[in-house]
Design a protein around this ligand. Structure first.
Ligand SMILES: N[C@@H](CCC(=O)N[C@@H](CS)C(=O)NCC(=O)O)C(=O)O
Length: 103
């Protein structure tokens, strides 16, 4: 039982993109409900929130967050649990898709 968030995430266990988000969720010890796709019962609602049909998608109340990197940044910006992104700009850049180098 982690930190209550009320969030849910359309997930697929074998998706590396969804795995990236689950790793952040676990590291932050957040309680997020995973909706494992494909699931015929969830398909209609999934396509309403994710017209491209791609997982992961995070749902936080009325907020729909697609794209794994955006989800990780959203979770970080919510400030729940451990912060995973360094606070100085150069280190933060290096921890995301890009990387900063020194002269
Ligand atoms: N850029 C997206 C990629 C997501 C993605 O391609 N997810 C795959 C699973 S690994 C998917 O849902 N594919 C289903 C499809 O394209 O119909 C992200 O980072 O979240």
């Amino acid at each position: 039982m982690g930190i209550a968030t009320g969030m849910k995430m359309y997930n697929a266990q074998l998706s590396p993109y969804a795995t990236r988000c689950r790793m952040a969720i676990y590291a932050k010890d957040l309680d997020v409900e995973f909706l494992d796709m494909p699931d015929p019962d969830l398909e209609q609602e999934f396509h309403r929130v994710a017209p491209m049909g791609k997982v992961p998608v995070l749902i936080d109340g009325d907020v729909i967050v697609p794209e794994s990197e955006t989800i990780c940044e959203y979770l970080e910006d919510k400030g729940l649990g451990w912060l995973l992104r360094p606070t100085d700009a150069a280190s933060a850049c290096g921890s995301s898709a890009g990387s900063a180098t020194s002269m």
